[in-house]
Every structure is written in structure tokens, then in C-alpha cells.
Design a protein around this ligand. Sequence first.
Ligand SMILES: C[S@@+](CC[C@H](N)C(=O)[O-])C[C@H]1O[C@@H](n2cnc3c(N)ncnc32)[C@H](O)[C@@H]1O
Length: 398
Amino acid sequence: MNKSIYTDRSRIVITCSKRLSPYLEAEVRDLGFDLERVFATGVELFGTVNDCIRLNLNLRCASQVHYSLLEFTAKNADELYRILSEYAWENVIAKEGYFSVTCNVDNPTINNTMFVNVKVKDAIVDRIRGKTSRRPDSGSDLSGAVIYLFWKEDRAEVFVDTSGETLSKHGYRKIPGKAPMLEALAAGTLLASRWDRKSPFVNPMCGSGTVAIEAALMATNRRPGLFRKNYSYMHFLGYDDSIHKKEMEELESRITEEPGLIIIASDNRADAISISKVNAGIAGVENLITFQVCDFEKTNLPNGGPGVIYFNPEYGERLGEISALENTYAAIGDFLKKKCQGYMGYVFTANLELAKKIGLKASRRIEFYTAKLDCRLLEFEMYSGTRRSEKIMKEKND
Ligand SMILES: C[S@@+](CC[C@H](N)C(=O)[O-])C[C@H]1O[C@@H](n2cnc3c(N)ncnc32)[C@H](O)[C@@H]1O
């Protein structure tokens, strides 16, 4: 028994970095899907691999879109091999194709996940060779069909990983710069903010430009699929390219122009601004962003708001760096207070001690996580006398 994966419904698990799932959930619902479950590192729904095409192309906060093929119990690797070699892989993976296997294993009999990858690969290859006298190639690079095994204790589930390479990188950042934010994380923080995607968005200390670029992409409804050519879903038997093409046409047709949109990105390093311009060019939003090489305090922001000003200062690793950064964080606080009336201020940082030096009371402290560090997006409402910003900025996300 085998599924026709592109048209049969099954469980879909979309993964994301820790703490991004509320924003991923909102994105998936916006695309018109109902959800079965939301958990710390992902969401679950039912659908086909054709639905996964749509999800892969559109989602900003996701890492991988997994479509469930089969669930079973396996106590050890031999049992896993036996069950997997009974599955009709010849209907899923082309006998002359290329595939790879990834896994997440927590089973008491296994201490080497590479060994599990090889077992799964052998089961698939042996099955296809037995049925067709040919065998697909396999390897570790995720450019073809990808099969993902989730195996916890004796419960195993095998998925088509419809994404392959992670979706959390959005494909426009060819030059990373210094301490760049993951694109999916940058998008998640913007979705958590109160930016209405119309008012000015100012990003001093922009580094490689990720936050400003994600803001420009969101304001004009440009989706990550516009920048990526290859997904694992293209490499399974039964793939119909016309579905992908139709989704791509829809992505193109939904790009909007936002006349008068102001997005400003500045950094005191000229090389950071050069890198940001290259990255913004690849993302197709260079003309939407005004770049400036300057100290953050000299950034040209429109007076009086409403608008958003978003900082991602360094967190510092060594003691010397941290004491210098104390002054920077304090200066950010002063700048917000004196120059940013009418704005919503945001500071994204993994150093909560340094954050105290900002010296302002945060209206929200939104939890995120990056590179094993606990992070916060701190929100500061910099009211002008009339609390104008509060009235004009939207309540949340939409
Ligand atoms: C953590 S990085 C920002 C990374 C960025 N979010 C990205 O995704 O690439 C901090 C940036 O702040 C810049 N910077 C540090 N001190 C500054 C200052 N006083 N004025 C302006 N930029 C500054 C650095 O050059 C660096 O590019």
C-alpha cells in the first residue's frame, strides 16, 4: 500500500526554530489552512504534498515542511530496516533518481545517527533494486528527494521532507556580514512587532541588512519562494511542475507596491552597508530601502513618527566588549527617549543584563531564541505628547 503523495492527504508537520511557532501558526492560518496542533518548534495540519508546495513557497518563519508517509513501532535498527524495506519506495522515489536521508533519533539502542541514516537508505535502495533491478543514488547533499525519520523510543515516523535545504534562510543573503540574524527569526520578530507595514521603518545597526530587507519584503508581500529554485518536493515520483508554476505565478501577482514607503537602514561600517545593498539587490528591494553609513545617532529618521525603529546591537562575548557595549545600550536608550518620540522602539538582544542599560521600561518583552541563546525583543512605546503613535500603529501583526 502506498500513498499518491501529491494528492492524498496526510499529516504535515512544519518545523521552526524554538519560539517562532506562534508566528508560523499565524502565517499558516493566513494561507487558509486549519491547524491540528501548535507546539514549541512547529505546527501540525493535514494536507497533500501539493499543499506543501504552497507552504514551502510562502512561509517566512518555517524551517522544514514534512509530509508523513508511515508510522510504526521499531525497537531497534534491524526492525526499522525490515519494516522500511516492505514499503513500496519504487512508487515514491525514481529508480534512477537521487535521494538523501536525515533523522532525529532518540532510541536506547542507537548511539550514532549516521548509522540510522545508512539503515534507512539501505532499506530504500534494497527495496527499489529488488523491484526494478535499478537503484537510485544517495548522498548527504539535500538537493534531491529527502526522506526524514523521526524515531523516539520505539515509535518511528517517516516523512517526505518536502523542503530539503532549510526554509529558515530566505536565499537573498549571499554575504552574511557580522553576527547576522537568521532570516526566519528576523521575520518572526517583525510579525511580533506592531509595525503596520506602511509607516516608516528605521533599522540602525543594520549589519547585513536582514531586518530592513525582511521589512521591505513583508511590506510588498514578496514571499521567500521568489528567491529559491530548488525544493525537495520537485524530486518525487508524480511531481507535476504545473502546480509549482501556478503557485509561482500567484506569488508574482501578489507583490504589491507601497507608494511612499520609507525604510531606512544604517550602520557605522561602510562594508556592512555595501553588503546590505548587495543582499537587498538580490531580494529585489534595494530601491525600497535608503541606506546610510553613520553612527546610529545620526540616522535620518522622519520626525515625530508614527513609525518603528528597530535595533539589533551586538550582545558581546568577552568582558572588554561588554563594558564598551554598556555605553552603546545606554546611548540607544537616550536616543530613543530624545529623538524617537512618536515611534515604537524595538531592541532585539540576547544579553538581558546589557538590555537593562537602556534605562527605559519595556511595554513588552517578547521571548525568542537564537543559537542556543535566550533572546528578547524589547518594545518601547516612545509616546509623543498626544500618544499619537499608540493610536496609529496597529494593535498587532495583521
Ligand atoms: C549584531 S550586528 C547586526 C546584525 C544584523 N541584524 C544582521 O542581521 O546582519 C550589529 C551591527 O551594529 C553595528 N554598530 C555597532 N555600533 C554601532 C554604532 N555606534 N552605530 C552604528 N552601527 C553600529 C555593527 O557594525 C554591526 O553591523
